[in-house]
Structure formats: structure tokens, C-alpha cells
Design a binder for this molecule. Structure first.
Ligand SMILES: [Zn+2]
Length: 416
């Protein structure tokens, strides 16, 4: 493996040259950056000389398995995000290639069924209002399970009603009826609609232009037009455009420049925005953009593209995740000193998978840092579930019809 032959980047003498310089301008973040940088320096130096970077598979598995059945009081604040917990845990398990027991999978299906709103879409918990974020999480979780029982949970007719109920005249979507508009909603809507085969041009009319208006002078995308570029929103907007087949309408080169500049020179992980601290979850939100951009440039006929590597430092990201983001008792985290949680576990592992696997089904090149035991399953860069689960869901739902008759009349703007 490439990774085993290559010495660790962070053990090079010249690595400390990459430490943060505040250019004489002190801010809250720059102070944290300097003290955090010194911490990472000692962690990286200590770990890189004493250990080979090792994925703590068994510990993560135990942590995830327990989370599927029992959550501590600390998760009370996520009572409106329960389908998310299902997705974060199930996706982490599929990346680790750990099977889900049929009885557990069936229980998750029944739980998600209880989160489905009578008017369509999924809510954050039983009896709550439908919301696009848990709808995305629930559909992804059900596609990971991938059984007839799982697919049959989704009421596609009502899901389409729900999507129309949050669609806005300018092409954007609200997160829920009466809720906020931002680019996450366009991605959640496009993701669930495409997976379940209810995507129609009419439903996404003007959505492309609305998303494009979120790309700002930095090159990345903001949550709504006119704000600061941000990793999570940039991923959502770009992935939504990929689903809609319109990613070429972005300024791809400006976006590429912005995202590669978000990989931290010293830490190796990504920051979410310019001048922010590194955070493990951006290992997916930012690094996950590189496969999308690679594909977009390939389609445009760009001749200089590598056929072996994404356009970011894949080894440095793997070092950051494996050396700095693992809790020794299982679970992954934002940065050293922070506590583990299922969100960071999911997105650190997703980013690690992106950094390990280049290519797609036809062309594939692996770069696994450390031993082969560190290898995760590949993830689909648009949906962030394993590619064969995407293929199976598409195959299943494409047998079912999509009907659009009368839908626009029920949209939010006509109701209010
Ligand atoms: Zn984070």
C-alpha cells in the first residue's frame, strides 16, 4: 500500500514550518489556533513515533452498536434528530463493514415508520412535524438497510406532497413548513427525491439558479445568497447540482481553489470556513467535494486530471483522523480535547473513506494509510451511503412510477 511505504507526513522535520502564523493580527480564533497547534504538534509527534496510525475498529464498533440500542442523557438535546442518529450509526457501521442484525434493522424500520408524518416526510421523532433534514437522514438510513421492509416504510406519494409543501416560488425549499430556507434543504430534497424516484423537473424548477446564487466571491457556497462560504453548505449545494445534472454551471475552478485552501497546512484536516479551526467533520463536507469536482472537470474534458488521486492531500487527512480524532474507547471527534459523538464518528469515517478510495466503480485506486486493517468501505460522494446501496435503492424505486398530476397546486405559496 502507498501509505505504508510513505513515512508519516507529520514526522518530517519540516512539518512544524506549516504551523499557523497570525500575521500580527490576534483574534479569538488565532489564539485558539496557536494553542491548538502546539497541542497537535505534541500529539502528532508523540503518536507518529510510537504508533502506526491504526483505526480502532473494534472500539468504534462497540460504541456504535451500543448507540443503536441505548443513548445516554447527553443525547436528550437531539430528541428532534433521532433519524439522524440512525443514519450516523448505520452509515458508520457500513463503512466498517459490520453487518446489522436483521432484528435490529427491522426495529430501526419500525422506529422510522413512527417518525413518518401522516402528511408526508419524516420528523425528528414520533409525533413531531416533518422536516427535510430528518427526512434525508431517514431515507438514507432506510436505503442502507436496503430490505423490502425498509423501502416499504417510505410513502413516496406523501413524500412528494411534503416536498411540494416546502418548495418556494424562487426555486429554494424551506426546511419545514414555515421554517427557514437554506441550501441544505435543496440537497435534502434532491437526495430523497432522486433515491426514491419522485424527482421531476417541475419540482426542481428554478432550484439550480437559486443554488448558483449561493456561490460567492470566495468560490464556495453560503447557506443563502450573500453570506460567507461554508463547507457544509458548499457540499449540499454542489451535491444537489450534481443530482440535478447542473454542476457545470458553477464556477468549478473558483470552488476548487476555495475547497483545497480549506485543508489545514499543519493539521492535515479541513476547516469549515476561512480562518476557522480544523474540525474532523469537515473531512467529509470539504474532502467529499473533491470527487464531485473531479467528475465535473472530467466531464468538461479537463486533460490534466489525475487518474489516481483526488486534488487534496489524502495522506495528511488520514493522519489527522487516525492520530487526532479517535477516542481510545471508541467514537471519533472534532479535534483533540473534544468529546466523541455519533455525528463526528459518521463524518470522520466518511472523510477517511473518501481519502482512502479514489475513483468510482470502474476506475479505482486505494491509498490506505497504515495497515490494510484500516481500510473502510467506499462511500458514494453524493449521498454518503455505500455505492451498492445507492444502486440497489435506485433499482428498487425505478420500478415504481412517478406521478406529478396536480402537485404544484398544493405547494406552500398556494396554501398561504
Ligand atoms: Zn465538527
Amino acid at each position: 500500500m502507498d501509505g505504508e511505504q510513505t513515512p508519516l507526513r507529520c514526522s518530517h522535520e519540516c512539518h512544524c514550518v506549516e504551523m499557523f502564523v497570525d500575521d500580527g493580527v490576534e483574534s479569538v480564533t488565532s489564539v485558539e489556533q496557536v494553542s491548538g497547534g502546539a497541542d497537535y504538534c505534541s500529539i502528532l509527534t508523540r503518536l507518529s513515533f510510537t504508533f502506526r496510525p491504526t483505526l480502532l475498529r473494534e472500539q468504534h464498533y462497540q460504541y456504535l452498536k451500543k448507540g443503536l440500542r441505548h443513548l445516554s442523557d447527553a443525547y436528550e438535546c437531539l430528541d428532534a434528530s433521532r433519524p439522524w442518529l440512525c443514519f450516523w450509526i448505520l452509515h458508520s457501521l457500513e463503512l466498517l463493514e459490520e453487518a446489522i442484525a436483521p432484528a435490529v434493522a427491522s426495529d430501526v424500520c419500525q422506529f422510522l415508520l413512527s417518525c413518518q408524518s401522516p402528511t408526508g416526510g419524516f420528523a425528528g421523532g414520533p409525533g413531531q412535524h416533518a422536516h427535510l433534514a430528518p427526512t434525508y437522514a431517514a431515507v438514507n438510513a432506510l436505503c442502507i438497510i436496503g430490505t423490502e421492509e425498509a423501502y416499504n416504510v417510505i410513502d413516496r406519494e406523501k413524500l412528494l406532497d411534503f416536498l411540494w409543501s416546502v418548495k418556494q416560488p424562487d426555486g429554494s425549499f424551506r426546511m419545514h413548513i414555515g421554517g427557514e430556507v437554506d441550501v441544505r434543504s435543496a440537497y435534502c430534497a434532491a437526495s430523497v427525491a432522486s433515491l426514491t424516484n419522485i424527482l421531476t423537473p417541475k419540482l426542481f424548477e428554478d432550484t439550480t439558479n437559486w443554488i448558483l446564487s449561493c456561490q460567492n466571491w470566495e468560490g464556495g457556497l453560503s447557506g443563502v445568497p450573500g453570506l460567507e462560504a461554508h463547507g457544509g453548505y458548499t457540499f449540499c449545494g454542489t451535491a444537489a447540482l450534481v443530482i440535478l445534472g447542473k454542476e457545470h454551471m458553477l464556477d468549478i475552478k473558483a470552488l476548487l481553489r476555495w475547497v483545497v485552501s480549506r485543508q489545514m497546512r499543519f493539521e492535515g484536516g479541513f476547516q469549515g470556513r476561512c480562518n476557522k479551526l480544523v474540525d474532523g467533520c469537515y473531512s467529509f463536507w470539504q474532502a467529499g467535494l473533491l470527487p464531485l469536482l473531479h467528475r465535473a472537470l472530467f466531464k468538461e474534458g479537463e486533460s490534466e486530471l489525475s487518474r489516481q488521486r483526488w486534488m487534496f492531500e489524502q495522506q495528511a487527512l488520514q493522519e489527522y483522523i487516525l492520530l487526532c480524532c479517535q477516542n481510545p474507547t471508541g467514537g471519533l471527534l472534532d479535534k483533540p480535547g473534544k468529546s466523541r459523538d455519533f455525528y463526528h464518528t459518521c463524518y470522520c469515517l466518511s472523510g477517511l473513506s473518501i481519502a482512502q478510495h479514489f475513483g468510482n466503480m470502474e476506475l479505482h485506486h486505494e491509498m490506505i494509510l497504515g495497515s490494510e486493517e484500516n481500510r473502510l468501505a467506499p462511500t458514494h460522494p453524493v449521498y454518503n451511503i455505500c455505492p451498492e446501496k445507492v444502486a440497489r435503492a435506485l433499482q428498487h424505486f425505478h420500478r415504481l412510477s412517478v406521478s406529478e398530476a396536480g402537485r404544484p397546486a398544493r405547494s406552500a405559496e398556494h396554501q398561504s
